[in-house]
Design a protein around this ligand. Structure first.
Ligand code: FAD
Ligand code: NAP
Length: 533
């Protein structure tokens, strides 16, 4: 199929997404190569090596399902797998299926331009200072929703004399905090996972918190061999069941509404969920995501837990989130709140005492200097659009993607964007992506995109492009679905609110599992909403 192109398909990124793409494309006999900026595969799990990094979707679910032999043979050791274990899993997949030869590491894609004459893409890459151009009929952005580190411009940052680490760019050799005074800025999932472990090592830890977060205990531990045997005896049904749940994960659903039951019953159910732990807390009742009053009962339950765990009432008060629960992504922790009972841990609420400047020896907040030897930025990511916006992507008539998305991303199904023929996004904005168990969502996109490209090849179709009307209707639908829920109610990265100047638009699509049916229907109807030329 490659005609005069170097490749049928250029894939950008070699995390779960890029690897799934390569596998699926190769299954359909397509020539593909993935370009990866990092020196290894794994994406998120290659970059985020901070202490305590692990997934909060259960290991038996956070894995590929394209090969039954793979899912039968791979042994996960814990309920929630650690970063090293997930990284070795991705490395194993690459090796097992012989995909390594099609992955070009240490290679950053700097530009991707659509060429009207060839009806394909020119991909510009940089490796060790060398520039190269590759041409491909199709280009797939598997660049990740959470891969572009957000490093706020704190005044005086360059004057600080010690090391500054970002959780999403953690040194491979690890960091020894023994005897050090450490600052952690940020209390999202990365901060909440790393703070208890850093506190165990450091001489003193000062946590700088902007917005307090809700966190549910992980109760992590070794996987029960009996449970593993049971799942593996019929993995297909286990996957099929999870695929029908609202987040594509096996959180036990509850159709009962919190609004329909009395306080005693609500407390009983919340307590039950708290004891199980994990993200399934949010499905304790069927209306926590779209009924504010019901949501408030779950929020108050967690605040009461914080009151009970944290011994200093002033610190407990600072740690209590005031937002609705789940409007920011829920966190899952091991001993997070209890860490504030340690003598060597202090909490600074930067809402009350804003960070004014870094100095050579510390951080000044609210007029007080906190002396520290090193700083950990757990400040998150320019989510969902950050990685693609760092590539100079130009579509038909040289239209820059950044210009088209200047008021927020516009896609059809989160898979393609009008004006950008033959360009696909894996878990792009407008798809369930970060509101789902991401590995199955990634695989769904990888299969759909590969099927689509194979379909075009069979019919000798040169280009596929989203139609304007389909895109407009989809963007409106994504917004309509989000509006009555709790999601848009607070300053989250779902809305781009964590990055100064970013347009405030709710980016993921709340539509699992019907979204998958919609994608299948679009394909069945000859790629309805796309123009094939
Ligand atoms: P990534 O893993 O981000 O991979 C994208 C790759 O593209 C990166 O390696 C990057 O280097 C590369 N890239 C980007 N731009 C370029 C470029 N211009 N040129 C070349 N290469 C480029 N999801 C869950 O469902 N459950 C979890 O428990 C969970 N835990 C998480 C924990 C952390 C710490 C983080 C940060 C995210 C977590 N996620 C979780 C989300 C996670 O990102 C996805 O589950 C999944 O790993 C994404 O895979 P991906 O391949 O789409 O993106
Ligand atoms: P995050 O959720 O965006 O948290 C970043 C934190 O930094 C927030 O507390 C934020 O405060 C704070 N912050 C940002 N800019 C700041 C500034 N200028 N001054 C002070 N504080 C600032 O990022 P994350 O923790 O890396 O997590 C991102 C996502 O990755 C998660 O939501 C999740 O999807 C995934 N993840 C999952 C796990 C897991 O358990 N599996 C672990 C890590 C990450 P505000 O809230 O006020 O913006």
């Amino acid at each position: 199929m490659a005609e005069n192109f170097d490749l049928d398909v250029a894939v950008v990124g070699a995390g779960f997404g890029g690897v799934a793409m390569l596998y699926q494309l190769r299954e359909r006999g397509l020539r593909a190569r993935a370009f990866e900026a990092g020196s290894g595969v794994g994406g998120t799990w290659f970059w985020n090596r901070y202490p305590g990094a692990r997934c909060d979707i259960e290991s038996l679910e956070y894995s590929y399902q394209f090969s039954d032999e793979l899912q039968q043979e791979w042994e996960w050791s814990e309920r929630y797998a650690t970063q090293p274990e997930i990284l070795s899993y991705v490395e194993h997949v690459v090796e097992r299926f012989g995909l390594g030869g099609d992955i070009q590491l240490n290679t950053r894609v700097t530009a991707a331009h659509y060429d009207e004459a060839t009806r394909g893409w020119r991909i510009e890459t940089e490796r060790d200072g060398d520039h190269e151009t590759t041409t491909a009929r199709f280009c797939v952005m598997a660049t990740g929703c959470l891969s572009s580190a957000n490093e706020p411009d704190f005044p005086g940052k360059e004057t600080f004399s010690g090391p500054v680490y970002h959780t999403g760019r953690w040194p491979h050799e690890g960091v020894d905090f023994t005897g050090k005074r450490v600052a952690v800025i940020g209390t999202g999932s990365s901060g909440i996972q790393s703070i208890p472990l850093i506190a165990e090592q450091a001489r003193h830890l000062t946590v700088f918190q902007r917005t307090p977060n809700y966190s549910i205990p992980a109760y992590n531990g070794p996987l029960d061999p009996e449970h593993v045997r049971e799942v593996k005896s019929d993995y297909e049904s286990f996957r099929a069941y999870n695929a029908q749940q609202p987040f594509g994960a096996g959180f036990p659903p509850n159709e009962v509404l919190a609004a329909e039951v009395d306080e005693t019953e609500r407390e009983r159910v919340y307590e039950e969920r708290w004891k199980v732990g994990g993200l399934g807390f949010i499905t304790a009742f069927g209306d926590l995501i779209d009924d504010e009053a019901s949501n408030a009962t779950a929020a108050e339950f967690v605040r009461n837990k914080i009151r009970a765990i944290v011994t200093d009432p002033e610190t407990a008060e600072k740690l209590m989130p005031k937002t609705l629960i789940g409007c920011k992504r829920l966190c899952v922790d091991t001993d997070y709140y209890a860490t504030y009972n340690r003598d060597n841990v202090s909490l600074v609420s930067v809402l009350e005492e804003p960070i004014e400047t870094f100095t050579p020896t510390g951080i000044v907040a609210g007029g007080v200097e906190h002396p520290v030897d090193c700083i950990v930025l757990a400040t998150g990511f320019d989510a969902m659009t950050g990685a693609v916006s760092r590539i100079d992507i130009r579509g038909r008539d040289g239209l820059p993607l950044g210009e088209k998305w200047s008021a927020g991303p516009r896609t059809y199904l989160g898979i393609g964007s009008e004006g950008f023929p033959n360009l696909f996004l894996v878990t792009g904005p407008g798809s369930p992506s970060v509101l789902s168990n991401m590995v199955p969502s990634i695989e769904q996109h990888a299969r759909w995109i590969s099927d689509c490209i194979a379909h075009l090849r069979e019919r000798k179709v040169d280009t596929i492009e989203v139609e304007r009307e389909a895109e407009d209707a989809w963007v409106e639908h994504v917004n309509e679905v989000a509006a009555p829920t709790v999601y848009p109610s607070c300053n989250s990265w779902y809305l781009g609110a964590n990055v100064p100047g970013k347009p405030r638009v709710f980016m993921p699509y709340i539509g699992f599992p019907t979204y998958v049916e919609k994608c299948d229907e679009v394909a069945r109807n000859g790629y309805e909403g796309f123009e094939l030329r």
